[in-house]
Design a protein around this ligand. Sequence first.
Ligand code: GLY
Length: 349
Amino acid sequence: MVRELRESVTEALSAAGFDRLFCLTDSTTLQVCWPLLADMPVMRDACMITIGDTDENKTTESLMHVWESLQHGGATRHSLLVNLGGGMVTDLGGFAASTFKRGIKFINIPTTLLAQVDASVGGKTGINFGGLKNEIGVFNCSERVLLASDFLGTLDDRNLLSGYAEMLKHGLLDCREHLYELLAFDPTVVRSGDAAARQGLVRMVGRSVAVKERIVEEDPTERGIRKALNLGHTAGHAIESLAMQEGRTVLHGYAVAWGLVMELYLCVVRCGFPGVVFHQVEEYVREHYGKFYFECRHYDRLTGFMKHDKKNIGEAVNFTLLGDVGDIRINETCSVQEIEQMLDYYREN
Ligand code: GLY
């Protein structure tokens, strides 16, 4: 497996062509993932750049460190940046590369399941700013995204499940057969070393990425159908923001999983989404992700976060909803009353 990764890195680097090579890691991927590539001849002269390893480091300071390292390392417009890490590294590295000398090439090697199925694909790059996530950034696609199953074995259950939530979303946007395949699988079994389970997950990752690529190809800059990828995220981001304010740690994918349940409830009441499928997803999420607890006194803050989601236009709260699995309805505007009904349902069930 490592051999396949090393072959694809060699092939991608020679196809990209460059005068100087830079590799961005965070402090964890430097320790855990970089050793798989470090002794490759093509990597021998790579100039390493390392930033801190959590989302709090997705800042202007880290960005400046990357720009300075590129400058001091003699990067030119023909240099190449390899981003080896999770979504924080691929987003920040992609933005640094897109803006250095008006843009140098970059390749993403996502090391988390979340980054493999979502962040590293589709050209969204950026950093957090002014207390808001991904506030500054540009759309710019990497030269290549190299998917390596080797890194999945480095992830704990929570990080596997976090990425899997985005895969559930892609299944919901695609078709019932895809969704049911996902609902019949538990990504944490790959940690037992079961080769068949690992292969199954790798195949499902490929299928998931294909759904995202198909949507992004149609609408790279999110004017229309790319908004489908926000399914579960309007409520999910509100959960993340509330949790952050309250000092509770919530992984992105967990918030998306809870957000999917909330928003599928809206799909049922507004768009006729089949109740049976809704309950199957709800049960899977309850069993694997547990529940996000909140009270009525949190409603104002939760709806406030939804209203201020940067994907809204004006005061209306925009959702992506489904009439059925694969039947996508973008720009569904919901009233505060409907949102509170959704929060009631989630809290009481
Ligand atoms: N994460 C959703 C998107 O890339 O559009």
